[in-house]
Each structure stands twice: as C-alpha cells, then as structure tokens.
Design a protein around this ligand. Structure first.
Ligand SMILES: Cc1ncc(COP(=O)(O)O)c(C=O)c1O
Length: 362
C-alpha cells in the first residue's frame, strides 16, 4: 500500500502533452443491431470465410466480450485492460505515450528482453541500463534503479520471469519500486512467462499502484503466438490514454474469435495441462543438460526456457543445429558470453537435443 499521506499523483502527469491533447481517430460506430452502410465495406462475405462476424467487416475495436474475458482471466476490471497485437504492441504504445523524443529515457535491466530498448530507440528516447545482479541470481538492483530514475526517466522495464535468465523479480521489491517511482516514472512489469512459474501476477496491485503497468500475453502459456494477442493492465486513465493511440482495428477478426475460443473453460483447462507438462519437462531437461559434457551450468528457471552456460557455446549451437534444432544465441547480452537459451520442447525434441549435444557436430 502507498504509505504516503498525500494523494498519489496521477500517472497521466507523466504522459506526453501532445498525446493527452490528441483527438483520436473516430472509427465507424459499433452498433451490431443495425446493418452497416457507414464503413465503406463490401456487403458480401467471401467464399471460404469461416469467421462468425465476416471478414468483409471491420472488427469491433477493443471487443467488449474479449476485454471482459481477459479481465476475468487476469482478475482485474475491464477498464484496466487494453488488448493489442502481442505484448510487443503494449510495450510500443506505452513508450510512445510517455517518452518525448530527445528528452526522456527508459531504464532496462539487462540481460533482458530486447524490445524495451528497441521501442525506446524508435521513439527517440534514451536507454539507461541498470544491469541485474548476477551474484544474487540476477536480482534487480533496486537502489541503482532509484538513483538512475531521478534523471528524466519515464519508464522502468522489468521482465518477471526474466527472459533470458528465467528468474522472478521479488514482488515486495517491485511494489516498493512502483511506490517510490510514483510521480516520476511508470514501472512496467512484463509477465510474458508468468504462467510457467506458478507465481501470482502483480496485476492485482494495479488499482492501488497507479504507476504500475503489467503486461501479459497469450503467446506463451496459451500457445497463441501466431494469433498476436497481448494485454496491458493499468489504471483506467492509462488504458484510456493508450486507446487514443492504438490503431483503431488492431485486432483482426480471426484473432478475436480464436482467442475467445481459447478462453473457454475447457480450453483453459487444456492450457493448464500443457503448462504442467512443460514445467515437468523443464526440470527433466535441466537434469539431463546438467549431466552433459560441455555444460558448465544450467541456471534455475521458472519459465519455459533454460539458460545454459557451455564451455564452448558455438560448438553447442552447431550440435543442436546438426540434429535439426535451433536454440537462441544470447552471447551478445552482458554477462552471458558463453550462454545459450533453450526453449523447453516436446519430450522427443528435448531428448534429441540432449543426445545431439552429447554426440558432437555432424
Ligand atoms: C519477455 C517477453 N515479453 C514480450 C514478448 C513478446 O511477446 P508477444 O508475442 O506477446 O508480442 C516476448 C517474446 O518472446 C518476451 O520474451
């Protein structure tokens, strides 16, 4: 809870004034009870169109049914939900709405997901790096974040569980950061891999921490990376601001229908079963890799990937390729000069990887 006696300043005080003043594009009104002669669409469905609503029609912007389902999935209110094309779009929108080119900056905590810095650079915002503390299991350096955030920082990005290190950030530290940054910067917590950890989401704290923004995705645990659907969870003022700059028809009709179907109770149960399988495989793969010649160590991970240090990461990369498997080379990230990131696959893929690493290059 916020310990200050004075009221928390509105996070909108940090937003770009041009965006606050922007009059958004007025899309064709959404009135499904009436026939549409107001959006310059064709009146006929095309042969082979299997969607319920028809691909000849523009989709409903921020479709109400989907917003409500996702709000209930994440335990927040519909006004706290913005849906976009993957969490990549959420990251892009929040950067564009809050960072003034050439003036503002964002904090990222490497080694971490690369899109935070890319979105900032696209926007012309400076990127300030506050590395994770490898000695403390890649924990956040809270003191350094607070020190650095004094200088024109608008956003602090934290990935939890972190890609590629696989560890969770401490919830008390994140909540303290969100409180300490109030009036200065937003704390954006990317929970793309949270389902694989079993830990609770920070989303339940958004209502009491208006400077906290949580990002979720359907791409990982829900198996819908190809559908492109991500969710930003924030206080309604931030959601309303970002709705002004998200393209009016960000979500395609096939995506809307696919995701709605995936959120039916039976399908959610299946998704939970797949997550349990991946978690079990992650531990099996971790044990198997730990015993492989050439592996220095496998870092503990609560996500659906493992970060592995090799004696010779180039050779390991080539061995994986030789058995038909791509793994991620993360050696350009600070402190990871001999590491590869390996996604947990099917039991067969994981066994093939371990056998390939043991065998040597083809
Ligand atoms: C930490 C993290 N955040 C966000 C994303 C992007 O996910 P989405 O498919 O939702 O855009 C990824 C993708 O790998 C990721 O690793």
């Amino acid at each position: 809870m916020n310990a200050h006696l004075e009221p928390t300043p509105s996070p909108l005080a940090l937003a770009r004034s041009e965006i606050l003043d922007l009059k958004p594009y007025e899309h064709a009104s959404w009135e499904p009870a009436l026939e549409r002669l107001h959006a310059n669409e064709l009146p006929w469905r095309l042969a082979g169109d299997a969607t319920a609503a028809g691909l000849n029609r523009y989709p409903e912007p921020q479709p109400r049914a989907l917003v409500e389902r996702l709000a209930s999935l994440y335990g927040v209110s519909p006004a706290e939900v913005l849906i976009g094309r993957g969490s990549d779009e959420a990251i892009d929108l929040v950067t564009r709405a809050f960072c003034r080119a050439g003036e503002d900056s964002v904090i990222v905590c490497p080694p971490t997901f690369g899109m935070y810095a890319v979105a900032a650079r696209i926007q012309g915002a400076e990127v300030v790096r506050v590395p994770l503390d490898a000695e403390r299991g890649f924990a956040l350096d809270e003191r350094a974040i607070l020190e650095q955030s004094a200088r024109g920082v608008k956003l602090v990005y934290v990935c939890s569980p972190n890609n590629p290190t696989g560890n969770l950030a401490s919830e008390p530290v994140l909540l303290h950061l969100a409180e300490a940054l109030a009036g200065r910067a937003l704390l954006v917590v990317d929970e793309a891999y949270l389902e694989f950890s079993g830990a609770p989401s920070l989303a339940r704290h958004v209502a009491t921490h208006p400077h906290l923004v949580v990002v979720r995705t359907l791409s990982k645990a829900h198996g819908l990376a190809g559908a492109r659907c991500g969710v930003l969870i924030a206080v309604p003022e931030i959601v309303a601001l970002l709705r002004k700059i998200i393209p009016p028809y960000a979500l395609t009709q096939p995506t809307i229908e696919t995701v709605l179907a995936a959120l039916e109770p039976g399908r959610l149960e299946e998704a939970r079963g797949r997550v349990a399988l991946i978690r079990a495989e992650r531990e099996r793969l971790r044990d198997a890799l730990s015993g492989c010649a050439g592996v220095v160590r496998v870092l503990p991970s609560v996500a659906n990937f493992l970060l592995v240090e090799f004696r010779d990461a180039s050779a390991a990369f080539a061995r994986a390729r030789a058995v038909g498997l791509l793994v991620r080379d993360v050696r350009s990230q600070p402190g990871l000069g001999r590491h590869l990131r390996i996604t947990v696959g099917t039991p067969e893929q994981n066994a093939r990887l371990v056998a390939g690493l043991a065998r040597g290059p083809a």
